[in-house]
Design a protein around this ligand. Structure first.
Ligand code: NAD
Length: 298
């Protein structure tokens, strides 16, 4: 029987409905409208589309958004200054810098300048360390989205064999850490892995984020596996595909995500989730402050 197709668009809609309820509650109970600030440097065409989608998605769930556009030859000092101002802004609960950024500006400097309380992309070293230690304030959006998809489908992770193909800082590595936290047995593969198939074939759950169309063929997948395709590749004929031979692998797997319509819609959704969670944390802290002051003065 062909695999069940995991409908990321539908699950994203369900998660967004919960987020919308939370933004309403924040406004009603605390007078807070969650806010996201997006810094964009240069005019990378893909980034323009991603940022537009993020702005639309924010509006859809009651989050206000501001985009700060800088030309590609802006100085690093100017960007860091903008981030520091946003760190202090009461109406901003999440800050992200749309990657990639032009050479000459250090991603590391940017990430370490964003307040850990507003690091909704989850790329600050503090959040990365949190993932390693077992908990992060803001898990990075794409692996977090994959985790949510698995959760919504009721797919158990404890004790299962998971293979993650791709070991980038934004997808593969945090994904592996999050799955380890769920007590899965995790193998991580990358471009230098010899005989990729020997790792993919043992996977109960296979997560692929390499950026290589048709990397995963049916003979590399175990019958009944769960296959999550994070890859997004534009073919010369204009088609958008993942890293998995979708038609072939779906005959063998138990579950599979399509591209588009699988992990993609979840990534933006988890950014909204992190932004609302940040506003809730800040509201809770503000709510606690007077009680603490009273106790301290009493
Ligand atoms: P990246 O280029 O930073 O990392 C790719 C990783 O894959 C590296 O670890 C590399 O060693 C590994 N790799 C490359 N070729 C391989 C091969 N032949 N065999 C095994 N491993 C190989 O990419 P990234 O930013 O992690 O993104 C990966 C893919 O996921 C891209 O297609 C990207 O567009 C997509 N992506 C999708 C979303 C989403 O929301 N769906 C979000 C982020 C990235």
């Amino acid at each position: 029987m062909p695999a069940k197709i995991i409908d990321g668009t539908k699950i994203a809609r369900l998660v967004r409905a919960e987020i919308r309820d939370r933004t309403k509650a924040l406004l009603a109970n605390h007078g807070i409208k969650p806010g996201l600030a997006v810094i964009m440097i240069g005019e990378n065409p893909a980034s323009v589309v991603y940022v537009r989608n993020k702005v639309r998605a924010c509006a859809d769930v009651g989050i206000s958004s501001q985009v700060f556009n800088f030309s590609a030859n802006v100085s690093e000092a100017e960007i860091l200054d903008c981030i520091r101002q946003l760190n202090e802004a009461n109406n901003v609960h999440g800050i992200l810098v749309q990657l990639p950024i032009p050479e000459g500006i250090s991603v590391q400097h940017i990430l370490e300048t964003i307040s850990i309380d507003k690091d909704v992309d989850g790329f600050h070293l503090y959040n990365v360390g949190g993932l390693v230690a077992g908990d992060a304030i803001f898990p990075p959006c794409t692996p977090y989205g994959v985790q949510k998809l698995l959760e919504y489908e009721g797919i158990e992770l404890e004790g299962r064999n998971v293979t993650v193909v791709g070991a980038s800082n934004i997808v593969g590595k945090p994904m592996a850490l999050m799955l380890m936290r769920k007590e899965a047995t995790v193998a991580i593969c990358h471009a230098k892995t010899r005989d990729l198939a020997q790792y993919t074939i043992i996977a109960d759950i296979l997560v692929v984020a390499a950026g290589k169309p048709n990397l995963i063929l049916p003979q590399m997948v175990r019958s009944g596996a769960v296959v999550i395709d994070v890859g997004i590749n534009r073919l010369p004929d204009g088609r958008l595909v993942g890293d998995v031979d979708f038609e072939g692998v779906r005959q063998k797997a138990a579950y599979i995500t399509p591209v588009p319509g699988g992990v993609g819609p979840m990534t933006v959704t988890m950014l909204l989730h992190n932004t609302v969670a940040s506003a809730e944390r800040i509201a809770a802290r503000a709510g606690r402050a007077p009680a603490f002051d009273q106790a301290a003065s009493g």
